[in-house]
Write a protein that binds this ligand. Structure first.
Ligand code: CTP
Length: 444
């Protein structure tokens, strides 16, 4: 019996997939088809898959060509599968020619001619109206956004608005997008607003964008007052618009995996979450000169609060801030302690102070440690009472990581994803409340 194996995502099942499976089956007597998991696809940079894995498996099954279907969840699996299933022929489409030649030592490798003019990528683009995004602000983060958005299908960066017209002209020229001097014309030309302006302007821009019927992706912290956050999220919901806070950590695959492990019971009940993020910054930077909205906590607080709120919740009993300030009264180093009924959250952040930026989650059976930069989680370890027992996990984090949040934002807008569990409205409102309390206690 000749055993054949092939792999694919098989999203939005199409004729190219059908013909590939038909010819793969004809190469032998028994065909095994490996269908990829969403996480594996994400880790290899394939984001925006529409069909859930069960639908993709069902579609492969319906062709009648597969004798067996397996799940492909990691790179390197093919090599093992070929030996495990005693495979004679490995086959894939000609778009992969050469890539799998290394498997020739274990079985025959056949590249089948790819069917022309059809692909899942093409179908995904056709199904979704391209969402045009307009950027407000032209700073560092806005510059990271444009190349990341290019990697997500279904979205295109249309233009930029910034009252400082000189900056917005430069930005538009650099990224070859439109520049809008009039905010009404800006709103007319787009579907989504990406707010990447200074913190204190977020509320006004987000409100205005929602009032113009636009979805909004806003940089963290979305606003600096709880009431404002409640108002904006409430209004967006009423209008059927997506309002999304861009804390990139929440959407990256490694952090998602970490939360899953931390909440699985492997380390028991969580008793302490300790997060630290520090950065050396120019003394004349906005962060260290803006006496109202600068300082370490407003800048980095969203990151360090995130794992605490995700793991221990938003119902803390008490919160205490302690800061070291400069002569202008700006916090250079801040420690925040949250007390919960059965646990503690301890977060520290610093600008112009360097520390070990790690995340430590302590539980009743063990602890998880993620070294810097844990906010772009790629690797973490689970430790137990027996020091020699260590479980190690890794995940990819591609580029600047904004592609994950952009793709999740699109999924919510296109309603292929129904809820905002990766960063809920409740969590964003709680974060705004924490910022508000910090400012009240710290800037008085
Ligand atoms: N395939 C093919 N002809 C096509 C499209 C895909 O023969 N027109 C083959 C691929 O080469 C692969 C298998 O079908 O062996 C599964 O491919 P998959 O990556 O799931 O499909 P694509 O349409 O290429 O998906 P995407 O656009 O997301 O890359």
């Amino acid at each position: 019996m000749v055993k054949v194996i092939t792999y694919g995502t098989f999203d939005l099942f199409h004729e190219g997939h059908y013909r590939l499976l038909q010819r793969a089956k004809a190469l032998g007597d028994y065909l095994i088809v490996g269908v990829t998991t969403e996480n594996y696809d994400k880790s290899r940079g394939k984001i925006g898959i529409i069909d859930p894995i069960l639908t993709r498996i069902e579609n492969v099954k319906k062709t009648g060509f597969a004798d067996e279907i397996i799940i492909e969840e990691a790179s390197g699996q093919k090599f093992n599968d070929i030996q495990k299933y005693d495979i004679d022929i490995f086959t894939v489409g000609s778009d992969w020619t050469g890539t799998f030649d290394y498997l020739n030592d274990y079985c025959k490798v056949v590249y089948l001619e790819r069917t022309k003019n059809i692909s899942s990528t093409m179908l995904r683009a056709q199904r979704q109206r391209i969402q045009r995004v307009g950027i407000i602000g032209t700073g560092r983060i806005a510059n990271r956004f444009v190349p990341e958005a290019k990697l997500v299908s279904g979205i295109s960066t249309q233009g930029v608005y910034n009252p400082h017209i000189h900056s917005s002209r430069q930005f538009a020229e650099k990224w070859e997008i439109e520049v809008y001097e009039d905010i009404e014309q800006f709103f007319d030309a787009i579907d989504i607003v990406y707010v990447a302006s200074p913190h204190e302007t977020h509320y006004g821009y987000v409100k205005c964008a929602l009032q113009h019927g636009k979805h909004v992706l806003c940089e963290k912290p979305i606003v600096l007052e709880k009431k404002q956050a409640e108002e904006l999220f409430g209004y967006a919901k009423e209008q059927g618009l997506v309002l999304f806070e861009g804390i990139k950590t929440s959407y990256c695959p490694g952090f998602q995996k970490l939360l899953g492990i931390a909440c699985s019971g492997m380390i028991g009940s969580i008793r302490n979450v300790e997060a630290c993020f520090t950065k050396l910054e120019d003394l004349d930077s906005r962060e260290l000169t803006d006496t109202k909205y600068g300082g370490s906590f407003i800048e980095l607080g969203s990151y360090i609060m995130l794992p605490i709120l995700k793991l221990l919740g938003t119902n803390y009993e008490n919160i205490v801030f302690d800061s070291i300030k400069d002569e202008k009264g700006l916090d250079l180093f801040t420690r925040v302690t949250l007390r919960y009924k059965n646990g503690l959250g301890t977060a520290t952040c610093g600008l112009g102070v360097k520390s070990d930026g790690r995340l430590l989650i302590s539980g009743t059976k063990g602890y998880i440690v993620v070294n810097a930069p844990w906010w772009k989680t790629t690797y973490f370890e689970v430790h137990y009472e027996q020091v020699e027992k260590v479980d190690k996990y890794s995940e990819t984090f591609l580029g600047d990581g904004l592609r994950y949040e952009i793709s999740d934002l699109l999924a919510l807008i296109n309603q292929t994803e129904k809820n905002d569990f990766k960063l809920t409205r409740g969590e964003s409102v709680a974060l705004a409340g924490i910022m508000e309390q910090f400012i009240k206690e710290n800037r008085s």
